[in-house]
Structure formats: C-alpha cells, structure tokens
Design a protein around this ligand. Structure first.
Ligand SMILES: [Zn+2]
Length: 326
C-alpha cells in the first residue's frame, strides 16, 4: 500500500494565536496552517483571507469580537486557494457585503476553482473537517485591477481611522496574488506570497517572476507582516527575514527544477535531485513534506516552458504521488 500524502496523516489540531501588531492591525496565526489578517477601523473591519471552512472562520470571528463589535464588512481573498477562501460564507452570514479579489484571482476561480476545491479537501482532511458546511466556491463581489501588476490598479478602503491599500504586486504564489497594506502603520498582509518557517507551496506558482515580486514588497519597508503561513513578524529585520526565507525557497527549488529538466530527469529523479539542496535548509519546517512533491512538479514543468501551471485535480494528485512512489 502506498503512503498517504503527508498532510492526510497530519490530524493534530494547531494552536491559534490572535495577536495585535499595530493600532488597527491583527494577526491570526496557526503554527504553519493558513493565517488570516484583521484590520479593525472605527467603522468597519476587514479580514484578509477567510480560512478553510465556515467553522474555522467562526473561531476567528469569536476572537475579533473580544476586541471590537464593529461590522466585518470586507473579506479580501489574497488568492484563490481553497484553504484561504472557503470560510468566507461565515462572514457573509455575519453581514459582510464585499468580497474583494484581483482580476487574476477571479479568472483563476473561473478556470480551476472547482478542481482546486476538490483537490485541496482531499489533501488536507484536518483543515476541511467542517467541509460539509462549505456552500460552494467563494465568488468575489468586487474585482480590482486589470490583471497587470502595480499600484495603479490599487483599491483604497477607508475603515474609519485606518486606510487599507489593496493591489496585485506581481505574479508569485499564483498569477493573481493580492496584498493588503496599511501604510500609516507599515503593516503588510501578504497572503502566500511570503511565508516564514513553513512550507512554501508553489504548485500553482510563477517561479521565475516570484523573486521580483518579493523585492517589490521589500521596497514597501514594512515593519510588520502577516505571512500566509508561519508566525507574524515584527520589526524591519524580521520582515526581511521572511522575505529572504521565501526567496531562498523559491530560487533553490527552481534552480533544482532547471537542472533536472536540463538533465532530462523523470519526476522521481527530479524529486531526489531537489531534495539535495532543499532538505538541509528547509526539511524541518511545517508541511515541508506536504509541499515538496507539488513544488517539484511545478518547478520541473516551469523549467520546461509550461507557463500556465497545469490544473491540479484529485486524480492528478494521485497520479503524481504514484509516480513518486514507483
Ligand atoms: Zn495558497
């Protein structure tokens, strides 16, 4: 019998932390599970990333209600991945009226949202324990930008006493990644564009372009960051640590993928080759073993010129896994 995906056997609950980073900004982190950010204004609240299920979202709402009774009006989807968006209905039930996403994210939900939902639910049984309460895909109500990177397509949201800027800084974790930036408090909500001491999932990534996008984020000069996974980082040095960590993962992985493609390796050999440079640096972090097969597959594809990541389906997950076990 073949071994299950790493995360199918990972069933222990994580400890969540709800932490204040600045006057209006909060981080909800979970020991390597998907994080959310919360921005609390005098009139409205915005949540950046909705968690995997309505049940998890309700846990975050409970935390929010310990510090504010203002309406949660805005939900930002930093990208389309199911573990970040399928909790959104809990906020809609709570009265949220705007679900914000970039043009690129909207297009990816249309193109592959359904397959992604099925595939991710099977990959992460722990995160999707309450999946029967998910009413279906989450659709944005407010689509921003024209798909081109840069602040000219940015949306400014005034929550009362705090302004949030939202834009697509460039391709990376997906081609539609969006960030939220609270300039006055120098707090960045990066989604999965930045991770720290947790697996950097790159199965749907644009690896070639990702490092330049990280440099665009570095240029903001953030003094705190809520990464997609891993603890919230405070102070410029620690923000840079997270940016450097992610960049090192992406460049080390892609370099190995290019070498594997140039040498004409098959996927299993490419995996073994990639482990030589990745394991010593990253082998100890949360969900490393879960991410690696998807990451190697994508790096190997992109190195061979496949620009648009192939869609992961539950069946493709299994085929890939079998090829690696062979
Ligand atoms: Zn993601």
């Amino acid at each position: 019998m073949s071994k299950a995906f790493a995360s199918q056997a990972d069933l222990d609950d994580k400890k969540t932390t709800f932490e204040q980073l600045s006057e209006h900004c909060w981080a909800y982190t979970a020991e390597g599970d998907p994080n959310s950010g919360v921005i609390i204004g005098e009139k409205f609240i915005m949540v950046s990333d909705a968690t995997a299920t309505p049940a998890m979202a309700r846990d975050l709402i409970k935390h929010i209600r310990t510090v504010s009774d203002k309406p949660i009006k805005y939900v930002l989807l930093t990208h389309y991945h199911a573990v970040r968006v399928l909790g959104a209905s809990a906020y809609l039930a709570e009265g949220a009226t705007e679900v914000i996403a970039s043009r690129g994210t909207y297009e990816l939900i249309v193109e592959r949202g359904a397959q992604d939902m099925q595939s991710e639910m099977e990959r992460f049984p722990r995160l999707f324990r309450g999946a029967d309460s998910v009413p279906g895909l989450t659709w944005p109500t407010l689509v921003i930008g024209d798909g081109q990177p840069g602040r000219q397509g940015s949306l400014e949201v005034d929550l009362g006493g705090v302004k949030v800027s939202i834009w697509h800084p460039g391709p990376g974790h997906t081609r539609g990644d969006t960030i939220a930036w609270v300039e006055a408090e120098k707090v960045l909500f990066s989604g999965d564009l930045v991770e720290y001491e947790a697996g950097v999932y790159t199965g749907d990534a644009q690896l070639e372009e990702w490092p330049a996008t990280l440099e665009a984020l570095r240029a903001l000069g953030a003094e705190a960051i809520v990464p997609g996974r891993g603890e919230a980082m405070k102070g410029k040095d620690d923000v840079n640590k997270a940016l450097d960590y992610t960049k090192r993962w992406v460049t080390t992985l892609f370099q190995a993928g290019k070498e594997a493609a140039a040498a004409g390796m098959d996927l299993k050999t490419a995996m073994a080759h990639t482990r030589k440079s990745m394991d010593p640096v990253f082998g100890h972090v949360f969900i490393y073993e879960h991410c690696l097969p998807f990451d190697v597959s994508r790096a190997f594809d992109e190195a061979q010129g496949i620009k648009n990541p192939r869609i992961w389906t539950a069946e493709r997950d299994q085929e890939m896994w079998k090829a690696l076990q062979a």
